[in-house]
Design a protein around this ligand. Sequence first.
Ligand SMILES: [Zn+2]
Length: 449
Amino acid sequence: MANVPHGKPVAPPTGGAWPDRIDDGLARLLVDSHMIAFHERQPGAAMRRYQLGCIERLLHHARKHSHWWRERLSAMESGASIRLADLPLLGRAEFRASLEATGALPVPPSHGRVTSASTSGSSGIPLTFHSTGLVGRLNQAQYWQDRIRQGVDSSRTIARFSVHLANHEGEHVARRPNPVLGVGTELQRRPQQFTIEQHAAWLSEVAPGYIISHPTVLTGVMDVFEEGKLAPPKPAALLTYAESLPPDFRARARKIFGAKTLDRYSSQEVGPIAFQCPSSDQHYHVANSHVLVEVLDQNGKPLAPGELGRVYVTSLHNYAGPILRYELGDLAALLPRCPCGHAQPALTRILGRERFLVRLPSGGRAYVNFGARHWLKIAPVSECRLVQTQPLRIEAEYVMDRAMTPAEEQALVALLRHEISPEIDYVVQRLDAIAWGPTYKRQDVVSLV
Ligand SMILES: [Zn+2]
């Protein structure tokens, strides 16, 4: 799992042959998904006890290895049983400060390798966070268990758009089937490498059983199919993640592909947070064996069930870069149980990250994956945003305690030309503050054309 940003859903491990050669990774995956399913059947109170036990061990670890965390938790009695409300809330800028102050904490050998990745999430504040091989493994098991929960037939061909894939030759990279898990061929494709129109033609050609993608790519693809020049494929379902679904997304997907949408709510920093209920499009079961989710008002106080508020998340197993009561920058409402009968917390009315497609000089549209990891490679910006203001012009706005040097500006423009298109003009602008607008949520790529 090394160097895999853990917000990225990862396909199950391959290798091994049943019954005489079972790969360790596969065996762990099946035990992990068994435990996730076991946790899901517990009453809410039992899961809360499990979560608080995880947090106590995590606090002990953070105190032991970090001065910053000892200071921060000084008001709490060490070793006493914790009350969640006593733990200070962690804002985005503060989280970044904690990471800069402590670096990655050492972890027990059983947690595997420490990895780092960058994100700007829903807040427009880029940061580099730390995680472990164990968390990556558990993320993978959560997505695997979701396929089982939703009845996904993994033996069918899956088309996966993956923004983290390196540039590839040809139309896609074919991942080998895994007969032990009953997993068929997966065709992986880098969304930034092609236009939306080319993606639609590819999907029409390969006719996958399932499509895994950010919603923004599929929204563009649906526009193309609606023009009627290409025959849409007929997958069983669209598996979406990483961004909010536009309000009309599910209805359009049903009309164009004849497919249902199975959405997952996740963030780069913590991985999966909640999975769409198998019997309701409106509710998402919280991944309670992985994260503890709270929905609070602007003063940090819990809201009544069903009231819209700010999402805070605690990652239960990440010992390398503790994420405790961390403000994601998303809005949602929390219910103590799901109307389907599931006896644990469920999220509804999730308003997370939204993205835009940018229009290219050729007339085609493209998905832009230009985020924290690109910006932070250039300079330690504290906020950033891309705005396409005219067909051939993108403004790269940033906030930093100093101006970029000419060399940094040149490097930024070179990276933008490489990642988006060399035919667009890029204007770099340092601002005192980015005009995010009056809404709580922030969009770090905006197209006004
Ligand atoms: Zn449910």
